[in-house]
Design a protein around this ligand. Structure first.
Ligand SMILES: [Zn+2]
Length: 93
């Protein structure tokens, strides 16, 4: 298991009661060029830009952010973006 995947499992347990679907979390080298983002969450996977590796706190923060998206995917089956409910969820974290 990769370090990212272990972190995902740990956060899932700590912050989401282990309820998030276990999706693969991977480094994606061209993420910024392709998506204009340092992290992205699909219903079935999470990609993070390797640029986050400069500080482990960035990795944790962005992974958690993407996992909050994942929670909404699993609840609503669509992407909610960064609206009000989503921010409420982030504040709880
Ligand atoms: Zn986001």
């Amino acid at each position: 298991m990769t370090q990212l995947q272990r972190l995902f499992n740990k956060f899932n347990k700590l912050f989401f009661g282990g309820k998030l679907p276990k999706v693969p979390v991977r480094w994606q080298a061209n993420l910024i060029a392709k998506e204009g983002a340092i992290g992205i969450c699909y219903p079935n996977k999470i990609f993070l830009s390797p640029i986050l590796r400069i500080d482990v706190r960035f990795v944790r923060l962005i992974l958690l952010h993407e996992m909050a998206h994942l929670k909404f995917y699993s609840l609503n089956r669509f992407r909610v973006g960064h609206g009000h409910t989503w921010h409420k969820e982030m504040m709880l974290l």
